[in-house]
Design a protein around this ligand. Structure first.
Ligand SMILES: Nc1ncnc2c1ncn2[C@@H]1O[C@H](COP(=O)(O)OP(=O)(O)OP(=O)(O)O)[C@@H](O)[C@H]1O
Ligand SMILES: [Mg+2]
Length: 435
């Protein structure tokens, strides 16, 4: 292999671990990692006592820097090595025994597995890195980073990142959660009760408020990315499209190819190049409606159809409901339907006035006026009767992910392929049809 950096090492699409879970000759523990031999020199930064500054010369330079090995030493401003986080190699995927494949999504294949040391049942998401030609993809880094930054009772717990046989085999190890809400909704004999929907919404809002406080946008909230255990607890998962907000935005703006179509906010559909936490709040509104109806609210085949469904439910945008509408890049290309009042009451006839108010505050056109996760948590809907059910009182269901029942693939569109599949939306190209 040449020394010049070229395309990454081609790999077998599947490792031995994914294929048969055979233990092969690697029982448990780490891949053989070449240990770096101890440095010959006895000089070690780790032994430097930071409280004992080295004697300085007239020039202000530590005496020891005036040696022939000067170029190898750090500046006096670099803290001693002991202050750095420890660098530990990732464990091998062979530390886990593969049990079954749960699901193959757009960004990864998810397996159920057992930790050979502890016996814990976990979920391993193998990141799809095979096509990568430019190193470790930023989306994968964002997913790992977001999971670590957003640790919360209602966010799926990340345990570690393990590696397979080649550089393109990277797995995120998470707590195993029995269900995803999408599959559960299709398998449950009866829809959730109002008191249960309140509990689920409070958990979801609390997780998203936490992510937003930590400057993370999820950008792909939908029922298949909400996991639920058999103790009535929701865990937000799949941070594959997550992004830190507040960071400077590049020249082209933020990608518009985020959020699975049915859950995508109108400002993204209309070409906004900067957007914020309100895009997640719109998706939460769609999830709320889906829990109430027991089916997705906007089951559109493309963006134009989605916009017309939104116009129908909310009434077309006006200068008071969305003052910035006309300044959005694609608003000129849209001919608005005749004015008509919102149809929330007709679509959700059994909701209380407070419930309709929360739903319409989440599904509000103007991102500036859309309710925040923190405010939604204190909405009167949650304190009126019936009050939220305690999670312990939720029923339990056989877990398809644990192979307890044949899994029926829910009918919903897949997540957009992020920056990889980015294309200009100005021509309103039809998106790939829902799978
Ligand atoms: N920790 C977990 N425990 C149990 N099942 C999980 C876990 N994480 C993910 N899954 C299952 O795997 C599915 C796909 O996972 P995930 O959404 O993270 O992958 P993805 O490739 O980004 O999916 P997509 O692009 O289709 O949304 C989930 O919908 C869920 O059914
Ligand atoms: Mg997903």
């Amino acid at each position: 292999m040449s020394a010049i950096a070229g395309p990454s090492t081609p790999s077998r699409k599947r490792s031995k671990w994914d294929n048969d879970g055979e233990e092969t000759d690697r029982n448990s523990g780490s891949l053989p990692v070449k240990r770096r031999s101890k440095p010959k020199t006895t000089r070690s930064h780790t032994t430097t006592d930071a409280t004992q500054p080295e004697p300085h010369t007239d020039s202000g330079c530590p005496v020891s820097l005036k040696t022939s090995s000067m170029v190898h030493l750090h500046s006096k401003f670099v803290p001693p090595r002991t202050s750095h986080p420890p660098i530990i190699p990732s464990r091998s995927v062979y530390s886990y025994e593969r049990l079954n494949q749960i699901e193959e999504g757009s960004y990864g294949v998810v397996f159920r597995a057992r930790d050979k040391q502890t016996g814990d049942i976990v979920a391993l998401k193998k990141l799809k890195l095979d096509e990568e030609k430019h190193g470790f993809p930023i989306t994968a880094l964002r997913e790992i980073n977001a999971l670590i930054s957003c640790r919360h009772e209602n966010v799926v717990g990340i345990r570690e990142v393990v590696v397979g046989d080649t550089l393109t085999q990277v797995f995120i190890v998470m707590d195993f959660i029995e269900h995803d809400l999408k599959s559960l909704l299709t398998l449950m004999p009866a829809p959730f009760l109002q008191s249960e929907i309140k509990t689920l919404m409070l958990q979801l809002l609390s997780a998203v408020a936490h992510c937003h406080t930590h400057w993370i946008l999820h950008r792909d909230l939908k029922t298949s990315n909400l996991l639920m255990n058999n103790r009535g607890t929701i865990k937000v998962a799949d941070f594959g499209l997550a992004r830190r907000f507040g960071d400077p935005v590049g020249v082209g703006g933020m990608t518009q190819l985020v959020v699975t179509l049915w859950y995508r906010a109108p400002e993204i559909l209309l070409g906004a190049t900067t957007y914020s936490t309100a895009v997640d709040m719109w998706s939460i509104g769609c999830i709320f409606g889906e829990l109430l109806l027991n089916e997705p609210v906007f089951q559109a085949k493309g963006e134009i159809e989605l916009l017309s469904m939104i116009f129908k439910l909310l009434g077309p945008p006006t200068s008071s409901s969305w003052p910035d509408y006309s300044s959005l890049p694609l608003s000129k290309t849209i001919s608005l339907p005749p004015s008509q009042p919102p149809q929330f009451r007709q679509k959700f006839p059994y909701m209380t006035a407070a419930g309709i108010d929360l739903l319409s505050s989440l599904l509000a056109y103007d991102p500036e006026k859309r309710i925040s996760a923190e405010d939604a948590l204190h909405h009167p809907y949650f304190s009126e009767s019936p009050t939220p059910k305690h999670p312990d009182l939720f029923g339990s269901f056989p877990s398809a992910a644990a192979g307890e029942k044949p899994r029926k693939k829910p009918d919903s569109p897949s997540a957009p392929l992020g920056a990889a599949g980015y294309q200009m939306l100005t021509e309103f190209d039809p998106l790939p049809s829902p799978t």
